[in-house]
Design a protein around this ligand. Structure first.
Ligand code: AMP
Ligand code: ZN
Length: 483
């Protein structure tokens, strides 16, 4: 166990940055709310996936790869799924299977490790029913009109996570409250299914078949795979209330514990070019569109660029997703990959100290990136042979530079559809034009290549003194090659 760096995390529950101490260092346990699968995941959904992947990697590094259990669920029963299935005329199971697969394909491109367990809600209905029956038995839930509801006033400190009092919440609640609720804040644990909706035999002696509410799904899956109390629970900041507050209420009241998870970590929201991302504003982008279509900035973007662009902002800050940030990230990656051209493999456990320090300080990824960049700058000068390998290892800590420089170049070439023979031909013609002192023609050819997205670099061969021309796909909007 590498212990020289104390991990500190900002805990929503205590509203402080705290030293992280796992319940059991041999099995560090983390739950993160995963996607509801009915459509392509959007780039906002990519944020928690990437942020908690960095935390997963850091925990594995500190405690050992076999000593961290990371559970990220798939919500495959939900109102939004039912609505979409009816709208498309596609069976629910087909819709959720298709969308879950799209999600996996998309995030694989972002370089995220698979979680240890990826439970599906529909495979945990029995666990949900057991929890619900326990809550009723303990006086924290009641049956009304074929629904089971959580009795919010039965829990003395409901609202602790989101830091609101019950009075405040009730005052803010909408006037129209379902008649079967005893208190406006009571929330659904189980509800009857309408015709055509997925349904299971109901708990608590209810005759009508029904289905679970959203919050109970996570309590059941977290409990089953991580136990009554575990270390870290994560998700986007929008989930603090009501989703996480209600998960806490269900799990604590059913299990009679003080907390559900000891550290609650939430990522800030993502917006696009300074505006809230929404379908009505026309700035709604899916991960798939970013990777495989020209919708954002008129071109496709590599997954690794998206990943680095996200990590340039601290996870708790709001993130402004812009073409400019993607360009900066792409240029950085291009520069960094050039530093590891000859690295075959990087040490896996030997992270650069200062990068680890930054990450251990509440996942300070912008700080880690600055340090990485400084390390990259030093590589050429110090001439140390293992410096590039160590640099790669430090970048790998954040899931970056996991490919070779050749692979990075190949994907850039594929993106712009480079015809290599044509490029060589043009370079040769330019060479001839220059030899004949026809500089106008030489410049024209350079411009023609530029229009194809190709940048040229001329350098003098130190031995022969001849001019050698190399080329690369230029990073978007940037010409980091001298004319
Ligand atoms: P959902 O499928 O809507 O439940 O969201 C899945 C995850 O993405 C949750 O952790 C959300 O908090 C997170 N999320 C959704 N929208 C955004 C956004 N715009 N920025 C950051 N995280 C988001
Ligand atoms: Zn959840």
């Amino acid at each position: 166990m590498a212990n020289q760096h104390t991990l500190k995390l900002y805990n929503t529950l205590t509203r402080r940055k705290e030293v992280f101490e796992p319940l059991d260092p041999k099995n560090v346990r983390m739950y993160v709310c995963g996607p509801t699968v009915y459509d392509y995941a959007h780039i906002g959904n990519a944020r928690p996936v990437i942020v908690f992947d960095v935390l997963f990697r850091l925990l594995r590094h500190i405690y050992g790869p076999g000593r961290v259990t990371y559970v990220r669920n798939i919500t495959d029963v939900d109102d939004k799924i039912n609505a979409r299935s009816a709208q498309e005329g596609v069976p629910i199971r087909e819709l959720t299977e298709r969308t879950a697969k799209q999600f996996h394909d998309d995030i694989a491109t972002l370089g995220v490790l698979p979680p240890t367990v990826e439970p599906r809600a529909t495979e945990h209905i029995d666990e949900m029913k057991t929890l619900i029956e326990e809550l009723v038995a303990k006086g924290h839930a009641y049956v009304a009109q074929d629904h089971v509801l959580f009795d919010v006033p039965s829990m003395a400190d409901y609202g602790r996570l989101s830091n609101r009092s019950l009075d405040e919440m009730e005052a803010g609640a909408r006037v129209e409250v379902a008649p079967y609720k005893k208190d406006p804040m009571d929330f659904v644990l189980w509800k009857p299914s309408k015709d055509g909706e997925p349904s299971w035999p109901s708990p608590c002696g209810i005759n009508a078949p029904g289905r679970p509410g959203w919050h109970i799904e996570c309590s059941a899956m977290a409990g089953k795979h991580l136990g009554d109390v575990f270390d870290i629970h994560g998700g986007g900041i929008d989930l603090v209330f009501p989703h996480h507050e209600n998960e806490v209420a269900q799990s604590r009241c059913a299990h009679g514990t003080d907390v559900m998870a000891r550290y609650w970590i939430h990522n800030g929201f993502l917006q696009v070019e300074g505006e809230k991302m929404s379908k009505s504003l026309g700035n709604f982008i899916t991960i798939h569109e970013l990777l495989d279509t020209d919708k954002f900035g008129g071109r496709r973007w590599p997954g690794e660029v998206l990943r680095l662009a996200m990590l340039m902002t601290h996870y708790r800050q709001p993130l402004d997703f812009t073409v400019r940030n993607l360009e900066v990230a792409e240029r950085l990656l291009g520069q960094w990959y050039r530093k590891i051209t000859d690295v075959e493999s990087a040490p896996t456990s030997d992270w650069a100290d200062d990068v680890e320090d930054a990450l251990a300080d509440d996942l300070n990824t912008p700080g880690a990136i600055t340090r990485l960049h400084a390390a990259a700058d030093c590589i050429a000068e110090d001439g140390e042979t293992d410096a590039p390998a160590r640099f790669k290892a430090a970048a790998n800590a954040m899931g970056l530079l996991e490919r070779t420089e050749a692979e990075w170049r190949a994907q850039a070439e594929k993106r712009v559809g480079v015809d290599k023979d044509r490029v060589s031909e043009l370079i040769e013609s330019r060479h001839c034009a220059r030899s004949a002192k026809n500089f106008e023609e030489a410049d024209r050819i350079r411009d023609e290549l530029a229009a194809m997205g190709i940048a040229l670099k001329d350098s003098k061969d130190p031995k022969s003194g001849e001019i050698v021309t190399t080329w690369e796909v230029r990073a978007s909007g940037t010409w980091d090659v001298a004319r």
